[in-house]
Design a protein around this ligand. Sequence first.
Ligand code: ADP
Ligand code: MG
Length: 373
Amino acid sequence: MTAPRIVPPATIGMLGGGQLGRYALVAARLMGYRTMVLEPDPNAPAGRVADVHLVAEYDDPDALRRLGDECEVVTTEFENPPAAALDALSRRTLVAPSPAAVAVAQNRIAEKTFLADAGLPVGPWAVVDHADADPAVEYPAIIKTARLGYDGKGQRLVDDPSAMRAAWRLLGGVPCVVEQALDLETEVSAVVARRADGGFAAYPIAENRHVDGILDLSVVPARVPARLADRAVGLAMTIADALDYVGVLAVEFFVVGGELFVNEIAPRPHNSGHWTIDVAQTSQFEQQIRAVCGLELGDTGTTRPAAAMVNLLGDLWEPDTPEWGNAVTATSALHLYGKSAARPGRKMGHLTAWGSTVAEAEVRALDARRALS
Ligand code: ADP
Ligand code: MG
């Protein structure tokens, strides 16, 4: 299929107003596009940088009509836009990634079924959807709601079937998956971009550390054998092709016993790709714009030998507002998303440091964060 080329000053639409949308729209504006966001929160990070902020629910028919009519392409920045909203938009304009691809990533049951059917490696898992479920999975295990989980929310670690069933009820009795808790050596992610004509680009994979289910630190390049890094990119490419994916796609992997297992996919730029803003030739956000607009994909090479990104959560505001100036050094860059309320566990910003080795970049990033409080 020939990719339609969408060029400035066309309008690019964004469903969702978080920080990922904010960066993508900044990238679009730098290129000369007009930007429009649909997001109910009037103070949302992306609303502040868009030419037009439609303050309405994601499924508001009038707002969707306007977004669809004024935008040459609409993309999204979170997993959970209502399917009906994406379908309504796709009857009026180009939606990338497609509603079908987003639907797979929205639901852990659909996602794991898709991955398993495509022959991709996933850890042991089962569906839990009734009160006396007793799936064949080893414990300890992690039960996760099929929909609407993020940053470790909607998940419980459980030690046996009865604890699993109790957790299922506490999670609202909604469809869930239960996964064997794997003994992780590490976690890595691949951030890739694919165009409608199959054109593909991949960033060096990131090595990720999570704390309480939330990404805390990403370093690039990942400290894994080259064979594993190549395989991660290959698996991400297989997934993108199978979904006929258009845009930036992130694939999270577990490393267990020296092998990769796909954890989950995110149909958008990803927190573990934030380092690309400061240390890649093309940021993942500009890449997203290039991909959905059918333009040539940018160079994914790094501008420094190594990068480390740490998240800044709302917890940092205790007891006082951080000393922001302390985190801005010759080798580190501060990013704040402009969110009004700092709640514990909420992603408020991040900072990226670089250096000649991963160890050096990591120390610099952690030092810069420590210097905030
Ligand atoms: P979210 O959508 O919240 O990112 P994930 O499924 O990626 O949910 O889980 C968040 C984190 O919890 C993972 O990155 C990993 O650190 C840990 N985790 C999740 N599932 C497992 C598992 N089956 N075994 C071991 N750790 C897990
Ligand atoms: Mg995850």
